[in-house]
Design a protein around this ligand. Structure first.
Ligand SMILES: [Zn+2]
Length: 423
């Protein structure tokens, strides 16, 4: 007897064993008794999946299988819009199970080069794995991430110098002529995104100060030519920004994503006025549809001094409130080693600025759609990929429910996070 004649109720926990691995276009799976997130609220009902996509019910044949979700709360899998955990083959092996276990299926890694990106691509499984957007990273000769890269290289080789980093770990651009001359290095990384680093670009004196060597960024006048070059290749641009001036430079130059909300820490000699976004820059970000990835939780992670952190958090809250009021889209990224965007979700929940449905929408819809805008992710409607999580409890009633992932489905197939194998 064909399995299509069967109509069975299968608890999802048993799926790995109970569901056949068929990918036939005729396999119609109906997921019943669940609450489905529509971006505002949960609606009880059932949904159908054919060939890895949600489908409507009009005119459809009877389902070949039914899967009982037992009153669970279904959300699109989560996105992580700023991290480095999966940006080389070693990190992918080490961290993929954490991402899948936490339900973070889509992640943007915001630095990379030809070698590291090729390693990640080779390590990713063709199905049932975390989906990663990879980046080519551009900064100045004395810019971030040189300082971090050198510190790590010198653990192995005390004599390592910048030549091991320049045009390897990131592409160095110091002049407009470099934009064209270095572009083959960007293309060699086969990036999904380009990241530009700005660090107090309003303060060129930093570049003369040896304490900041390796922690600076691009000259501000190079940002617009770099954005134009990337856009000509169809690549979106994310900017690492640290000051309010950097934010304004990035937005005016046409970047697509601001990858840090300025002011997650105050640099030496700087105060809130250096990090308070201008009304003009916020309005321009709203007008251009720039998405801001605040990485706000970085503030608590790197804070050393309890007084400084209270000023940082107060300013962060003010900037976030003004961005939200202006309608600037916000997405979630943690930029935290050994963590995912769930820590950012928790930090943003703690600001009290966002309704539960806004936070859940950011985590499960805005962020996945920012990372993979053309792939039908971040939604549970007909035509969307059948990627979803089943939560035990209602995350609109208790934010902690996002950590209670009962089951994971990717492309219509049950996923086991610990071996990342399908069914
Ligand atoms: Zn980062």
């Amino acid at each position: 007897m064909s399995r299509f004649a069967l109509s069975i109720l299968v608890p999802l926990a048993l799926c790995a064993a109970a569901l056949p691995p068929a990918r036939s276009a005729e396999r119609i799976v109906e997921y019943v008794d669940a609450h489905w997130f529509d971006g505002e609220r949960f609606v009880h009902g059932s949904r159908r999946v054919v060939d890895g996509r949600f489908v409507g019910k009009d005119g459809a044949e009877a389902p070949s299988e039914r899967v009982d979700l037992r009153g669970g709360f279904v959300v699109p899998p989560f996105g992580e819009a700023h991290n480095h955990n999966l940006q080389n083959a070693w990190g992918l092996e080490r961290n993929r199970a954490m991402y899948l276990r936490e339900g973070v299926f889509y992640a943007a890694m915001l630095c990379g080069d030809a070698t590291s990106n090729a390693g990640v691509r080779a390590g990713l499984r063709p199905a049932g794995d975390v989906r990663v957007a990879l980046t080519a990273c551009i900064s100045s000769a004395d810019g971030h991430p040189l300082g971090m890269a050198l510190a790590s290289l010198r653990e192995e080789d005390p004599d390592a110098d910048a030549t091991a980093v320049h045009d390897h770990a990131y592409v160095v651009v110091e002049s407009e002529a470099d934009v064209a001359a270095k572009w083959p290095l960007v293309r060699a990384a086969r990036p999904d995104l380009v990241k530009l680093t700005l660090v107090h670009s309003e303060d060129p004196a930093r570049r003369e100060d040896p304490r900041y060597h390796g922690f600076n960024g691009l000259r501000p006048e190079l940002v617009a030519p770099l954005v134009a070059r990337a856009h000509a290749d169809g690549l979106r641009v994310a900017a690492h920004t640290e000051s309010a001036a950097d934010f304004a430079v990035a937005v005016a130059a046409g970047v697509d994503i601001v990858a840090h909300l300025p002011g997650y820490a105050f640099a030496r000699g700087k105060g809130p006025d250096d990090y308070r976004l201008s009304d003009e820059a916020i309005a321009e970000a709203a007008r251009r549809g720039v998405t801001v990835v605040p990485t706000a939780s970085v503030a608590s992670f790197i804070a050393r001094d309890p007084d400084a952190i209270s000023d940082v958090l107060a300013l962060q809250r003010e900037n976030l409130r003004r961005l939200k009021e202006a309608g600037v889209p916000l997405a979630m990224g943690s930029d935290r080693f050994t963590a995912t965007s769930l820590v950012e979700y928790e930090h943003l929940a703690g600001t009290g600025l966002f309704a539960p449905e806004e936070l859940l929408r950011m985590l499960s819809m805005t962020t996945p759609q920012l990372i993979f805008p053309d792939d039908g992710v971040g939604c549970l409607e007909p035509g969307c990929r059948a990627d979803f999580l089943v939560l035990d409890r209602d995350p609109l009633a208790d934010a902690a429910a996002v950590r209670g992932v009962r089951a994971r489905v990717m492309g219509g197939l049950h996923l086991d996070p610990d071996d990342a194998a399908m069914e």
